[in-house]
Ligand binder design. Structure first.
Ligand SMILES: [Zn+2]
Length: 141
């Protein structure tokens, strides 16, 4: 199901027969997750695997609840922060999911507003360059 995720190659996440999320070099920071197909506003386009949930934070883990941090090295841990994100990390159900906040074009980077879900962590200077940039976001190093 997964191609090699290390290195610089383009990699895909497969949903049914659709391969559309891939990791590549980001203009925001390091690597990011990009979509190769259009995602409609409101679409739940990724469900976070819950097989690696920890009670302590580690770098790149995402905070998904009280003392709950998920390690998802395929997709979620590579989603970069933006103050004007195109995606929401929805934590309301049993399984966290990425929901499109607006229509996302093919080729766009998938972004999340970390400040909505990360509690604690370090304030990191934000370089999203969006109009409503808060100038920082929360991240665990
Ligand atoms: Zn920003």
């Amino acid at each position: 199901m997964f191609n090699s995720w290390n290195g610089f190659s383009v990699d895909y996440w497969e949903v049914g027969k659709m391969k559309f999320l891939h990791k590549k070099k980001s203009k925001i920071h390091g690597f990011g997750i990009f979509t190769t197909k259009e995602i409609r506003k409101g679409a739940v386009f990724y469900k976070v695997p819950m097989d690696q949930v920890y009670d302590k934070p580690k770098p790149r883990f995402a905070h998904i609840g009280k003392n709950k941090y998920v390690k998802d090295t395929k997709i979620l841990n590579w989603v970069n922060h933006s103050c004007n994100a195109n995606t929401i990390l929805d934590l309301t159900g049993k399984q966290p999911k990425l929901v499109a906040k607006r229509n996302i074009k093919a080729g766009e980077e998938i972004t999340c507003n970390y400040n909505l879900t990360e509690k604690g962590g370090n304030k990191v200077k934000c370089t999203c360059k969006k109009e409503k940039c808060k100038k920082y976001f929360l991240r665990r190093e």
